[in-house]
Design a protein around this ligand. Sequence first.
Ligand code: NAD
Ligand code: G6P
Ligand code: MN
Length: 443
Amino acid sequence: MKKFILTIAGGGSTYTPGIIKSLLLNKEQFKLEELRMYDLDAERQNKVAVVVREVIKEMDPELKLTLTTDPQEAFTNADFIFAQMRVGKYAMREHDEKIPLKYDVVGQETCGPGGMAYGFRTIFPMVQLIDYVEKYAKKSYWIVNYSNPASIVAEAVRRLRPNARVMNICDMPVGAMRNISAILGCKREELTVEYFGLNHFGWFTKAYVNGVDRMPEILEHTKKHGLLLPDMSKVDVQHSDPSWLKTWGNIKYLVEMFPEYLPNPYMQYYLISDHIVENANKERTRANEVMEGREKKLFSAVDRYNDTGEMDTSAFYVGVHGQFIVDVAMSLAFDLRKRFLVIVENKGAIANLPDDAMVEVPAYITSNGPEVVRVGEIPLFYKGLMEQQLASEKLLVDAAIEGSYTKALMALTMNKTVKSAFQAKKILDDFIEANKGYWPELK
Ligand code: NAD
Ligand code: G6P
Ligand code: MN
């Protein structure tokens, strides 16, 4: 039976132990010859590896684990690469969130100006990663990419490395499906959805269980409670801390106003941006919560392990995040043709949007990649919103490729979260200062 070499790029990520646990839960089918962790930050990766070794010891003690900062060692003969790098780490995420808020604009790591700043940092490192993989990995490689901001990364890769074997994914739709199925009292696997959008910018239109569309029930529930159940921690720990509960709750307002479809939670940043800004803490954003929460919990568990030899296994979890990337990889590896929401080139899937848009839609994942489901025409409200967001993201990628200040300013001005070009310019100028050494030069 075939065995795979799999590399996690961004091995020092807080999500790595959960993803590896998910891989090993599937070890009977998805057999690994070697698991590698690759990161630029050896110290951070070494810490995370303390937890990873414990997971391997418990679940698959014979498995070879390699830690490296050398691309050749990381990717030689690799079959799968799971990419999850955060260029600039949480320190830069904090700037992405706090700089726009200074000007009363949404401060979010993947939406609005913050997502654009993160995009500017990530485009070229992602292209570099692809080049390493092309050089060293098996020709049949697949990069399954979580690295954000996924929309901008996907658009840049489409333009700069059109033949690369990259499957761009996001765990938010599957996170929402987890809540939907809990509300309906079915298993997530029993739920089939229709959906259209861009990444972090989309809508569920149908929710089938045993062939019956239960979207009306979900919309009724959401109007009252948002996409929440009384005890979310029983549903899954991931996306269940106080700020995520607030986000799931906010969907209520969106469905009250637009009762047609169920929005992706990230639509709150575009459709009720005033409410988001009014309720934001400009001094303490999500980056601070994550550093004091998920990151601290994991690294404290490492310190404690080093002192006592005891591992606190509650410091990490598989969640929908760990499950989803492994499900997608297995569908690619074994031609399972499972249906997932993924980020692909439109090519007519959404009939009234451009062919070259990177859209998030259902697709059957085969060993040759995604077979995309046709969505047809979408109504004007959603089309208009998506066209504006698409233009903003495409201008941002233009700006990075051309090194153009004006295009960057257009990209920010075009974004729905930004009120005026003056506001966009102030944010852009602050970002240029904060991102020295990370951003391409803009002239
Ligand atoms: P993290 O900071 O804990 O880990 C990211 C790691 O990437 C760090 O160890 C960092 O040193 C490393 N890194 C940075 N630049 C690199 C490069 N050029 N090459 C190799 N490694 C590099 O971040 P996290 O919160 O665990 O998130 C990891 C990534 O996954 C982020 O991009 C995040 O936005 C993304 N993410 C995406 C989804 C999704 O749905 N698409 C969900 C969760 C997280
Ligand atoms: C969701 C999104 C990801 C994003 C993550 C942030 O899972 O789909 O794209 O990276 O949330 O979560 P955090 O806990 O880091 O704020
Ligand atoms: Mn996402």
